[in-house]
Design a protein around this ligand. Sequence first.
Ligand SMILES: [Zn+2]
Length: 229
Amino acid sequence: MGQLIFKGNIIFATAPGELKICAKSHIIVKDGTVEGIYERLPEEYGQEPVKDYGERLILPGFVDLHVHAPQFFQCGLGLDRELLDWLSDCTFPAESRFSDPAYAREAYTLFATEMIRQGTVRACIFATIHKESTGLLFEILREKGIGAFVGKVNMDRNCPGFLKEETEASIRETEELIIQYGGHPLVKPILTPRFAPSCSGKLLAAIGELAEKYNLPVQSHLAENRREV
Ligand SMILES: [Zn+2]
């Protein structure tokens, strides 16, 4: 990766609620890691090229702790509905399109490109139930250099037939993705049972075993409205 030097108004948080502002300063990045921030560039870097952003701000990248990549294309739609109606009317039909890997490749490329444009460089991501499309999401994020946890959604009950997994297949495909895409330093698998209503006890137990076997984190949803309970 080598070395990069940027100049501008650098802002970052030293602790929750505390911002440090380094006006018209230099930030030196070596092999992807910040080496230091200096008001005056140290002498030994005097001959190195500096990318000068003038009066602009230089911020750390944003981290999105919960995002559904396939829902990027329905942003703001159906928000007059409660969760369960929104899922059945808007979201499940939109997610079913990811059974087509060609569509997934195009959609996830747009999603990752927009993430970078918005300054989001790390994320915990829900994909869909589809193994091949989720694999493509791993690959696209790797190519873009975005750090992420990526989860193939598990769902074997209380959902439309076109998104309902067979329990055994859901477990098997989840493990296959873990084996295929685990071990990358930046883009890693995360177990992703959608939420309790859409996962049988057998499926949840198997996901727990996978979490233990591969020492993986788990993401899901807690109850978000009364009709779920
Ligand atoms: Zn969610």
